[in-house]
Design a protein around this ligand. Sequence first.
Ligand code: G3P
Ligand code: CA
Length: 264
Amino acid sequence: MQPAVVAHRGASAHRAEHTVAAYALAVEQGADGLECDVRLSRDGHLVCVHDRRVDRTSSGRGVVSTLTLERLSELDYGSWSPAMPEHADELVLRPPDESERGVLTLESLLELVEAHPGVKLFVETKHPVRYGGLVEAKLVAMLRRYGLARPRSKEDSQVVMMSFSSRAVRRVRGHTATLPTVLLLENLSVARWDGALPMYADYTGPGVHLLRTDPDYVERARSFGNETYVWTVDEPADVSLCAKLGVRFLATNSPASTMRLLNR
Ligand code: G3P
Ligand code: CA
């Protein structure tokens, strides 16, 4: 089976990351899934922002968790340049519409996903330690409201939760036993395979740089019943490597060119 293609922060090679425009383009390009990072605003709203601060991706400055949703919404997230304009090829980079500039809430992204039942959403929770589980609790509560927290099976699920923190992944498993989870990996240490891992993480998520030096990882993980989600796969050689190794999901900033490389 070919890897499913997940748009990392939306089609972020062509639109500003974590904007409605980036996700809408990814859906238009036929991506199988969308990836987003979530943080809490000062007043407890889940917002899609990667960095601890808004400085890199918006017109403002400050730490996300110290700003209210109202203040975050006043900033412009649509004007910064996409990370990889060299991948733009036939696509036209364009300034975002007014409606695409504000901070994206997880709720708005869920509404977009709800309108496209075939598209999966991979939600990565950030800063899991500081808030002692509040991010995960709010995430699961919101998924419950959308009827997405208790899928019939992991394959059926429209939402997948991810984190680099095993504690965060375990918390989600504690809230809902059937929501699929990915434990993202900074390294491929075998110490992580403590026997308990398959109990709370359905997938492991190494960076593609780790597979370049240890391609056997995918098969090793599979022998523990654990399929692989790989990030962030933009180079043609890496796309081929993931396809050859039988990676289940690959996250890319450029879904259109990645799908072309996979002959889709
Ligand atoms: O998809 C997982 C990947 O996004 C993890 O790294 O820093 O881009 O959130 P980061
Ligand atoms: Ca991420």
